[in-house]
Every structure is written in structure tokens, then in C-alpha cells.
Design a protein around this ligand. Sequence first.
Ligand code: AMP
Length: 463
Amino acid sequence: MTITDLFDLSFLHRRHHEALEFDGCTFTFGELDARANRMAHALLARGFESGDRLAIQLPNSLALIDLYLACTRTGVIFVPVNVLYKEREVSHILDDSTPRLFVTDATELQAEAERQPVTRPSITLDGDSPAGIIYTSGTTGTSKGAVLSHNNFIANATNLLTCWQITAADRLLLALPLFHIHGLGNGLHCWLASGCRMRLLERFDYQTAAAEFLDFRPTLFFGVPAIYVRMLEFPPEIASNMRLFVSGSAPLPPDILKQFRDRFGHTILERYGMTETFMNLSNPYAGERRPGSVGLPLPGVSARIVDDGGHESDTGELYLKGPNVFSGYWRREDATRAAFVDGWFRTGDLAARSPDGYYTLCGRRSDLIISGGFNIYPREIEEFLMEQPEVAEAAVAGVPDRVRGEVPAAWIVPSGASFDAGLLESRCRDALASFKVPRVFHEVPALPRNALGKVQKHLLPNK
Ligand code: AMP
């Protein structure tokens, strides 16, 4: 079985139902099915074969959905690229995944698709076939492509439908980017597997989002904490038809959960997932949604907490196993070997388990920064900063931010007498996605280092 078979519950059995609202237009499942078939033929006509990669850097759009579905129907591996990524970040992904084609504008492909037959191309695929390669983050060292199979996609979608009781009666308002596992795995997959109706927004614009809620009257919404912080200013009526608000990708502060409940009468359901695994842990739909906790393992998911000595413990690194867990990193056997211990995936997240089985995340093994749901590996920014002539040493770490949770800040040891922070910032802006640009540049005479020379980030001034 492939993800196409799962989606066919909607495409074949709900053909005449309205499926998607985007940019003022509405499409039925039958119409989307036909578009996807045509696009699949357009890829085949361009010489694509199963296992070829198609890299796509497009904002949320009908074309992105067409291309994604065409990939799943032809065995072409979907490689989404963050739309905020600049040349330096994009070239790493292209060099690594070696796609047959990189799409930043789908106009030509769409014109070709219109001339193609509407029938489904007959291609036999196994559930273990790779469906997507999703890049975790960064451009050097840590940026790896997680290879996710059709079976991984299916396991996640069916779990979420069951656990969050998503049905064709739902109305999903989706404002998360489809290039990220959150928008793709939770948003797009739950929509197509359940056959519900979705209004897709290009992004969450807090100036217009309240009006979208009032107009569409969704029952289901997926957000990151930065979105929920903004929503605290929305009128309570936005939740009038709502069944479930879900949060993830970054820690949801208990205080925000409480303020949200007071204002909208809904307890946001917090869950935990990652690119390599889709969703793993979730607060229960029916039971207690515990503030600050990411809940319990989803059905089929096994979780262990392991201490530094590799022994089972109540606090330590979280290890996972399950049908949702990826098979490895694209062409990175070394990284794949390091990521698994006896078949368990090492998440790199530190967690604690309560006596009644709820998990709470305590931090990260690495010093990953999560800003508004986007992952930032400090090393990538540090490396870029250290390429600048006026920088002798650089350290980057996350500092608290009310809206985005964390934002990156930089500590610079200048190579000369001083440095121009404005100039450094503008160079960062040219080379890096905007969410990675340090919000502040501190000048320091030296970086605090331990005996092994490793920078002790917790000792940085104003951290
Ligand atoms: P990504 O691969 O971009 O989805 O990022 C995955 C990382 O996001 C995880 O390893 C966690 O560190 C973090 N994360 C995801 N969900 C949560 C959550 N509910 N609370 C805290 N951190 C989270």
C-alpha cells in the first residue's frame, strides 16, 4: 500500500465533495485527482522515473499540491525546500539530493500538464519506497536529508486521524508551510486521508488570519506556539465552530496555554514530532491535556528514556521506535549509523517521564535553536560569521523571545579593534534565511571556553 491508496479513500469516494479552498477558488476531490494525474504524466513525459528526486521551492499553492501528489503517484521522491532559503542553503540541498529538476516556478510544468491525459499512470510501488527526502536544517555538518517512506507517511496519517478524531466532517484551516513536516504530515496528509475540507493559506498573516477564521469557521487548526501567541489578540468568536487546536514544533509555554483557554475556551493539544519521525507523542484527545507536557506515545510508537551511560532512566535522551520512524539519512550512512542504537532512533531531545507516563521535554542535546517553529543550528550561522574578515570568533545561541519562543543572538570577538554590527547583519540577511539572522550582535573580548576549548554558551554575557 502507498500513501496514494490511503488518499484514494477521498479521491475516489468523495469525488464530488468540495476539498480545497485556495486563493478564492474551490476544488473538488475529483478535480484535484485529475490535476494530479495530469501532472504525474507531465513528469513522466519529462523522463522522470521512480526514485528520481524532484526538488521544489514553492510557497503554499495549488501547484505545490499538484506536484506533491504527482510525485506520490509516480514514485518520484519529493524534496521540499524552505521558501526562505537563499542560494547558499539551497545549493547544499541540491548538491546533496541531486534532483532531476528543481522547480521554483511551476508555470511551464502546469502548461505541460494541461496537455496530458487525465487517467492515473500505472506504476507499481511498494510501501517501503521513499516518498520524500526532507532536510532537517542548516547547510553544513548537520544538514541531512531524512528519507521518509510511503509506509512512514501512512503510519503517521492514520495515527493522527484516529487519535485526534479527524473525519470528513472537519474543516481544516491550514496556514503552515507545506515544505515542513508539520504542514505536510499533519496538515496535508490529515486533510487528504480524512477527506475533510481545507482552506489553505499561503502563510499565517496575523493581520488577516482572524478574518479567515471568521469567514471559514474551521473545526481544526494546526499551529506553532508563535502563532498561538499572536492569536491571543484575536476575538473569541474565531473559535465558535472549533473542535481542536493542536500545537507543536516548539515548546508551548503553559502560561500561553492557560491564557488561550481563558480567552477561547479551548485547551490546545500539544504534541511532539520531528522531521525524521513525524508525530510520536501527543496529549490525549479525550483525557488530560497536561500543560508543559507533550503527552503519551501514539499507538505503535515505543519510547525510551536513556541516561548518558545508555541505561533506562526517568530523565535523559528520548529514543523512539515505530512505523513512523524514517529509515535513514540520504546518502549519509555515517550519520544514519550514529542516529540509531539497536534499532532505536536517538532524537537528541532530552525528556522526563512522569510516573503516569506523560513525557515532558527538557531541552536538546545539541544547542539547536527553535524560532517560531523553525530549527536553527547555531553552527551554520557561526561558520558564516567566521567567514567575515572582521570576525575572529563567533558564537550563536538562542535568547528568549515572547512571540517566536527563541531568536538567535551572536557574540563576536572582532579581529580588529571593533566591527560594524549593521554591516554584519546585512551580510547575514543576504546569505541566510531571515529567521536565522541574529537579532543582536554582542561584542566580547573572548568567548568563554572550557578546558577542552568548547564554548560554554551558558556563560555568554546577556544570554
Ligand atoms: P523539526 O524536525 O523541524 O520538526 O524539529 C523537530 C524538533 O522540534 C524536535 O526534535 C524537538 O526538539 C522540537 N519540538 C517538536 N515539537 C515540540 C514540542 N511540542 N515541544 C518542544 N519541542 C518540540
